[in-house]
Design a protein around this ligand. Sequence first.
Ligand code: ADP
Ligand code: UDP
Length: 237
Amino acid sequence: MEKRDELYRGKAKTVYLTDAEDKLILHFRNDTSAFDGQKIEQLERKGEVNNKFNHFIMSKLESAGIKTQVEERLSDTESLVKKLDMIPVECVVRNVAAGSLVKRLGVEEAKELTPPVFEFFLKNDALHDPMVNDYHIISFGWATEEQISKMKELTFKVNSVLKTLFAEAGMTLVDYKLEFGIDKQGDIVLGDEFTPDGCRLWDTETKKKMDKDRFRQGLGNVVETYIEVAKRLGVEL
Ligand code: ADP
Ligand code: UDP
């Protein structure tokens, strides 16, 4: 597989074209950002840990029957993925109240949410990723009604697989963000990443934060904690 021109440089990953028109290379960098890119730092080994973590989780999801972008891990920091036409919304599921939900609704942090809450956010840093609903998505042509229901179905399926996976390793999956795209067959496919950068994980016993909140809140030991999460799951680093 030959790496070609850079297609896009995001806040944490760089996307490259390849000699296959339907495949891309994702390069996971050490850059770590929060607050819509206002806080940025380089954290040693984070790219490697997230690349390996993401490949492990996407492979688990694929085995559970969820169509993902995953092709193969090429190196410590790069993976080959299916090129998707990304839908510009973020799908968030919350099992426990935290983050923006707590601020927005003034609800108690750590309250268990039954049933889990589903939210859509528009991917737009300049507008601070505003919350949108199904009607906005359909009216503005970001996705069809059918694609919306597929994204919800898959996001909840991911929840049932990953809640159990993390619970068995002593962690609570508090919330997470997924991004989907459309592949060349026209199917909805899970893209982007699933890493501690895009979810909240708490140690079930001690409630220790094991995700990007360590970076957002300046708690320290960010990559060390991501490594601990990976080790508990049996990810080879
Ligand atoms: P951001 O754009 O939020 O700064 P990243 O640094 O993670 O985020 O950049 C990765 C970009 O690549 C994102 O815009 C994401 O939507 C896009 N992307 C992720 N996976 C795929 C894929 N399989 N096909 C096409 N684009 C993808
Ligand atoms: N999230 C993300 N990228 C975003 C926004 C949110 O990965 O641009 C993740 C975040 O890490 C958390 C979940 O989605 O696991 C819910 O985030 P929330 O709405 O609480 O926003 P936050 O306060 O984390 O910005």
